[in-house]
Design a protein around this ligand. Structure first.
Ligand SMILES: O=P(O)(O)OC[C@@H](O)[C@@H](O)c1c[nH]c2ccccc12
Length: 263
């Protein structure tokens, strides 16, 4: 079993337990469920924002602990100050040390769109994303069937959530449907953990022209951003580069400043 299989197996158990605990009907009564949230797609389209989607990530299966000290309250307002187009919050506890309250707090301390970063395998998690204040959900092509992706996309749209679909190779692009707002190439292979920006570059031309293209993972330098921009990428999902530092928010501000200077 590779790590992705392990995560999905665990996720199925978690979702079943959670659903027994809090029903979809109950989620629909949460305040956020009826609230309008800013759109990730619009922020990515608007040049006022710098294209970065900065991530709050404490740990990962490939890197172990990345940052166990920083808090969402400290980091997220500075991510916003940096001018980012979105904030990504890991809500998986078991493998990434995140949780749903991190997302609720992120939503409360900023005005920027928040992406729920998790392994979505069931409709329940989409209702949950809406109920905790997310603007967008991640759908990972590698773990969904064609039909599942279609059905989950429809539900996300019905609830007013934007969809980021993550792919890693050409074949997975077949799962992208017209409801998908943003397509992301993950430069990290979630089965082997190998990381290469070449992955984005190789897929750029094959991606649908009417979606926002973003590149995810392994982005560390302004040169990386400039190279990816040349290949049509408007968004850049960055986690470790910021989270590995003592002050991730400040690291994001400094990085954003140097993009402005070199672009
Ligand atoms: O920390 P990095 O290398 O900058 O990567 C961020 C983000 O792309 C990565 O966390 C990620 C991309 N897709 C995912 C899917 C699930 C969990 C995590 C991820």
């Amino acid at each position: 079993m590779n790590i992705l299989d392990k995560i999905v197996a665990r996720k199925k158990i978690e979702v079943a337990q959670q659903q027994d605990y809090t029903s979809i009907e109950k989620l629909k009564t949460y305040d956020f469920f009826k609230k309008e949230v800013p759109s990730l797609k619009s922020y990515l389209h608007d040049d006022k924002h710098n294209g970065i989607i900065s991530e709050f990530k404490r740990s990962s299966p490939s890197k172990g602990v990345i940052n166990s000290l920083s808090t969402v309250e400290q980091v997220i307002p500075l991510y916003e100050k940096a001018g980012v187009s979105g904030i990504s919050v890991l809500t998986d506890s078991e493998f990434f040390g995140g949780n749903k309250s991190d997302l609720v707090v992120a939503r409360k301390v900023s005005t920027v769109p928040v992406l729920r970063k998790d392994f979505m395998i069931a409709d329940y998690q989409i209702y949950e994303a809406k109920a905790i204040g997310a603007s967008a959900i991640l759908l990972i092509a590698a773990i969904l069937s064609h039909n599942q992706a279609l059905q989950m996309s429809q539900l996300a749209k019905d609830l007013g959530l934007d969809i980021l679909m993550e792919v890693h190779n050409k074949e997975e692009l077949d799962i992208v449907n017209p409801m998908v707002d943003v397509v992301g190439v993950n430069n990290r292979n979630l089965k082997t953990f190998e990381v290469s920006l070449q992955q984005s570059i190789d897929l750029a031309a094959a991606m649908p022209s009417d979606v926002v293209k973003i590149s995810e993972s392994g982005i560390y330098s302004v040169e990386d951003i400039l190279l990816l921009r040349q290949h049509g990428f408007r968004g850049f999902l960055i986690g470790e580069n910021f989270m590995r530092t003592k002050n991730p928010g400040q690291a994001c501000i400094d990085f954003s400043e140097s993009i402005k200077q070199k672009a």
